[in-house]
Design a protein around this ligand. Sequence first.
Ligand code: AMP
Ligand code: ZN
Ligand code: ZN
Length: 305
Amino acid sequence: MRCRKCGENAVIYISQHNIALCEQHFDDFFLDRVRKAIGKYRLFPKNAHILVAVSGGKDSLAIWDVLNRLGYRADGLHIDLGIGEYSMKSRDITESFASEKGYRLIVVDVRDYLEGFTVPLAAKKLRRATCSLCGLVKRYIMNRVGLEEGYDVLVTGHNMDDEAATLLGNIINWQVGYLTRQKPLLEKRHEKFIPKAKPLIYLTEREVAAYAIIRGINYVEEECPNAHGATSLEYKALLNELERKHPGTKHRFYHTFLGLNLSFDGVDTSRDVKLNSCEICGYPTTERVCAMCRVRERLSRLRGE
Ligand code: AMP
Ligand code: ZN
Ligand code: ZN
């Protein structure tokens, strides 16, 4: 296989575009796809102070690497969730990457937000699904730490496969409210809401893995032991099966959806959901007290038992 651009040995074949690329031209392609997402969806300006949520997986380490290479000011935030060996390894890999590159990394221990409990222990105490509690806690910490530390925008490593699988799930279950909010940029809608951006939406999981390997990035390969929503993995597998037979399916499915900018009669969109300030912590919520503060209250009561 030869590179379409220069004829050198190719390192990857991209079926969606029917091109093979060498290391250098794949790198150009990758950076271009990130620039495209930032430009098309006006994710953030050149001088923005960016906080990247870094899990230690390939996606978030790759986007942290790319944003710095493109000249952005991008620091990292890692949340130690206390999920046994998996979290220890994730934290270790993220910290090593940061110190190797000389990037600023903020590490937050989830126990500081969960009355001393780790995510799995808190979920058990509350008799609640681990993944849903984990998602809630991560979103809360990302938003709060991003604002407290004075950042303009929070970046996550969601790639095209993640977004296409989420879209499929939202359609299968007709989660119309989620559909209107599934965007590459969530804008500021409350004084204590940090904008959230996804610059990897033009790159597939496979392309991100190739980038990480070519750049010599050491990342956590394991999935979270809590299986992280087995259905979302099934949706990914289904879409990959379609993609294999019909290259370009994933891209069409997700990016056509974004282009349509759908709205649904009678459904609150991201713009008109009313956000209050939590009576306890002041962060945005649709209720009186936010879900995080309710969790903390229950945990502090349960701790005595
Ligand atoms: P996930 O929900 O695990 O698919 O992760 C989606 C994105 O959330 C990742 O690409 C990261 O940007 C961010 N993220 C997930 N877990 C963590 C973590 N423990 N610390 C910081 N960011 C995280
Ligand atoms: Zn080439
Ligand atoms: Zn609150």
